[in-house]
Design a protein around this ligand. Structure first.
Ligand SMILES: [Zn+2]
Length: 304
């Protein structure tokens, strides 16, 4: 019996000696996703693995095939979550969650804002803030530094955006281009009237293409302005794109801190129709960056 115990002791010492030579894996594996939030079509199949950006462990190496996730039910419109879990061989675990909005698309992959529960933005006064169909301003938020713009006493922009717009306006004028402002700051209440009127007159599909749901408009930020040319009147159409103003927006707006917010080739990313008249102030640094890379604000925040 005594001998038996001592054999076990020796074996135990040998084993613990061995494991000390091995590198101990105490660090959790790295798991990152390509998106924080996505929209998928009602009744569609989800390619779960395609959203994994990186699944890697210091000791075990590449682990994409090991990542576990829950499946979602795409037969119901509404918000769901996919939680991705990665465990390494030593039992360390990392979890990541992605929000999924199951929506019914109109043509062009546009969806109605009424189908999604938006995230409330925490930094509404930040000039680079993202406001869109899934990012909403706090109820009744309004900027406190609105000023009347250069060509109208009845339209307003925030101080910094207004200074930039004045420069842009004068630069256009120096080239013989007369900018005609159509709409700038809009309050939550004004936007509510606009949205409801668009739905009533043109239907929800058209409203979802060109009008924002109350609380989800960049016009409420006091950083967006719709501009056209004089003989166009208030009628904002794609004709703006081929006008001198449309061309000047494309070539020069970024130099003043403005971006063309809803480009023609980004409809499925911005979830708005092409609006060659709507420019958004984001500051010169960010505008230059977005212009150079040819990306939208949505793509910028995905990469940031
Ligand atoms: Zn607009």
């Amino acid at each position: 019996m005594k001998r038996y115990v001592s054999v076990i002791l020796v074996m135990g010492l040998l084993l613990s000696g061995c494991s000390k030579e091995k590198k101990e894996d105490k660090e959790a594996p790295v798991l990152t996703l390509k998106e924080k939030r996505i929209q998928v079509e009602l009744n569609s199949k989800v390619d779960y693995q395609s959203f994994i950006e990186k699944a890697m462990d210091e000791v075990d190496g590449e682990l994409i095939s090991v990542v576990k996730y829950n499946e979602i039910d795409t037969s119901q419109i509404g918000q769901q979550e996919i939680t991705y879990t990665l465990k390494d061989k030593a039992g360390n675990e990392t979890k990541q969650t992605m929000i999924v909005d199951v929506v019914k698309y109109f043509k062009n992959k546009i969806f109605s804002p009424t189908q999604v529960k938006p995230e409330i933005v925490k930094n509404p006064e930040d000039i680079t803030v993202l406001v869109n169909k899934v990012h909403q301003l706090p109820q009744d938020w309004e900027p406190n530094d609105l000023e009347p713009i250069i060509d109208s006493k009845f339209r307003y922009l925030r101080k910094e955006a207004n200074a930039a717009f004045t420069k842009f306006y004068k630069a256009a004028k120096a080239k013989g281009i007369e900018i005609y402002s159509v709409s700038a700051y809009r309050s939550y209440q004004k936007q509510k009237i606009n949205w409801e009127n668009q739905v009533k007159v043109f239907g929800e599909e058209y409203a979802s293409l060109y009008s924002a749901y109350p609380g989800r408009s960049e016009h409420q930020l006091g950083l967006a302005i719709d501009i056209s040319y004089k003989n166009q009147g208030d009628n904002l159409t794609e004709k703006v794109a081929s006008s001198d103003i449309g061309k000047f927006i494309e070539s020069d707006a970024y130099k003043y801190g403005f971006i063309l917010r809803y480009p023609k080739d980004k409809v499925s990313i911005t979830n708005y129709g092409y609006e060659p008249w709507h420019i958004r102030y984001v500051g010169v640094d960010l505008a230059k960056k977005l212009h150079k890379q040819g990306i939208t604000l949505e793509e910028y925040y995905k990469e940031a």
